[in-house]
Design a protein around this ligand. Structure first.
Ligand code: PEP
Ligand code: MG
Length: 579
């Protein structure tokens, strides 16, 4: 397809440049891609759709019988209507025709045919026929599900580099797509600290978020350039534009390669104060980068991504053990902070959740969820304790909102140790236990919490979300997501003071830690340990080496007395302008 060059502006949240062809991903409905087929694959695809119809048929029959037994004939009739739609020639023949004519995969043919027929039914006068539009939706859902159970096409079958353009992507979509052929992502929603963004950064995948309506204007296979640093999406780039972006791509790679040069330089201020820089790790392979960029340990391993990657299987104890051991060994004697599963919220956990929630971000997530699922949690904690023998293990609990959760975890650990003793397995009793401070109640009672644990780690991503009542994934309120809000600065100050008084270690592991514009203020507030994605360590280190602590203390005192995030931002700007 050709078209005029057109630039759309969004929010650049994961740097780098991706050049490729669009694959549209409509995750709010189904995970359906358009995959072009070779001539010889067409008959196989027709076979697939017919088998899928058979499976969907059996599924609908089973549900219909159950509905009749449990709910009566009237409701069972809904499923009779589904069976009729499933076998309707209008629907099925049209799907097969589409596969043949357009030489495309069955999923896409189902999706497009259902869309076309739904539109036709929805516009009709008759209520009965309008109701069939809904039946069609349900039936195509069954069909897509059964198709995906039958050796389905993967994105890796698409030729060339792919830029995923989506209404929304979950973090697990991002992991999966990033590991396949995607060279860039563009989404309508999202923000600076959403987990999808965090994963894109881990995978070094350029991501532009908040490009509203983009899925409506692009077509599959359109050429596109994603600039995750500038936040632009260039559709149908012309020859010169492509050349310019290719040049920038090369410059970007050279700049990244030079980052390793500062590995041995210490993160020390001009007046000799050391600020430890640790690595945030989402995917186990990032440990090598953490070492390359000179991290003094891992400050946060988000272990839930281990689950998300294996989903729907749960990782076994041996899988946990192998990954944790590798990380701990690679970093020894430096600490490795492994956070127990922070599932729930937007980090979907279907197998663990058991039921849907209306408001998952305030629901059963983090430590609440794991304590409520002791069988699953036990597997993780056993592996953690066993891996602890390999070096310096710190265990971190997510979403702690009150001291009793820490106490319940300690009791849980005692029971887990008993089980390990009974099994004759060796493990470490010598680990540090910490709590995330990311819920306002934990921040406000940090003095109490600091006495319960060996270390605290401030998760500014969630602390800002929960304190300011601003969804970190919602592009419509992203203007209110203000790390410099006086409430946040005061909470950080109080947590730092509480940790100091209780002689408890303290770190910041939210995204605020990785941005050099906040480094002077955080250092002035007394923070001496920051954890961030490995690639940002050299930048933050460079900043630290220009700082002088006495001046920063004044700066922090001034900023925490200002009335608004804007005033604080201005104050930081004038500090930066000083010679
Ligand atoms: C945070 O909330 O700041 C944090 C580090 O945890 P996550 O981003 O995984 O929620
Ligand atoms: Mg968090």
């Amino acid at each position: 397809m050709t078209g005029a060059e057109e630039i759309r502006q969004g929010l650049g949240v994961s740097g780098g440049i991706g050049i490729g062809r669009v694959v549209c991903f409509r995750s709010r409905t189904h995970e359906v891609f358009r995959i072009p087929l070779q001539e010889h694959q067409v008959e196989g695809e027709i076979e697939r759709i017919r088998r899928a119809v058979g499976i969907a048929h059996d599924e609908i029959q089973a549900i219909r019988e159950r509905a009749r037994d449990e709910l009566g004939d009237e409701l069972a009739a809904i499923f009779e209507a589904h069976a009729l739609v499933l076998h309707d020639d209008l629907f099925l023949l049209r799907i097969e025709e589409r596969i043949r004519e357009k030489r495309i995969n069955a999923e896409w043919a189902v999706y497009r045919t259902a869309e076309e027929l739904e539109k036709r039914f929805a516009g009709l006068e008759s209520e009965n026929l309008r109701a069939r539009a809904e039946d069609l939706q349900d039936v195509s859902r069954y069909l897509l599900r059964s198709l995906q159970g039958i050796a389905h096409h993967e994105l890796s079958e698409v030729e060339g580099d792919v830029v995923i353009v989506a209404d929304d992507l979950t973090p697990s979509d991002a992991v999966r797509l990033g590991r396949q052929r995607a060279v860039g992502l563009v989404i309508e929603g999202g923000g600076q600290t959403s987990h999808t963004t965090i994963i894109a950064r881990s995978l070094h995948l350029p991501l532009v978020a908040g490009v509203s309506g983009i899925t409506q204007v692009v077509g599959d296979e359109d050429p596109v350039v994603v600039d995750g640093s500038a936040g632009t999406v260039t559709l149908h780039p012309g020859k010169e534009t492509l050349q310019r972006f290719r040049r920038r791509q090369r410059e970007f790679s050279i700049a990244i390669a030079s980052l390793e040069e500062t590995r041995a330089v210490p993160p020390v201020t001009l007046d000799g104060e050391r600020i430890e820089l640790m690595a945030n790790i989402d995917l186990p392979e990032e440990i090598d980068e953490a070492v390359r960029y000179g991290a003094s340990g891992v400050g946060l391993y988000r272990s839930e991504f281990l689950y998300i990657e294996r989903s729907p299987e749960l990782p076994t104890e041996e899988e946990h053990l192998e990954i944790y051991s590798r990380m701990i060994e690679a970093m020894a004697p430096e600490p490795v902070v492994i956070r127990t599963y922070d599932l729930g919220g937007r980090k979907l956990a279907r197998q663990v959740m058991e039921s849907e929630e209306d408001n998952p971000v305030l629901g059963l997530r983090g430590i609440r969820l794991t304590l409520a699922r002791p069988k699953i949690f036990e597997v993780q904690v056993r592996a953690l304790l066993r891996a602890g023998l390999k070096g310096n293990l710190w265990i971190l609990l997510p979403m702690v909102s009150a001291n009793d959760e820490v106490r319940r975890f300690r009791e849980f650990v005692t029971a887990v140790m008993k089980g390990l003793d009974e099994d004759g397995l060796e493990y470490s009793r010598d680990f540090k236990l910490g709590a995330m401070v990311e819920v306002p109640s934990a921040a406000i009672t940090a003095d109490l919490l600091a006495r319960e644990v060996d270390f605290l780690s401030i998760g500014t991503n969630d602390l800002i979300q929960y304190s300011l009542a601003v969804d970190r994934n919602n592009e419509h309120v992203s203007y209110l997501y203000r790390p410099l809000h006086p409430a946040i600065l005061r909470m950080i100050r109080f947590v730092v003071e509480s940790a100091r008084e209780a002689e408890t270690e303290l770190a910041i592991c939210g995204e605020m830690a990785s941005q050099t514009r906040y480094t002077p203020l955080l250092a002035g507030l007394g923070v001496r340990r920051l954890s961030m994605s490995p690639r940002t360590i050299p930048d933050v280190k460079g900043k630290i080496r220009t700082l002088e602590i006495p001046r920063l203390r004044e700066l922090a005192a001034e900023c925490t007395n200002l009335g608004s995030a804007d005033e604080v931002a201005r104050c930081l700007e004038s500090y930066e302008a000083e010679d």
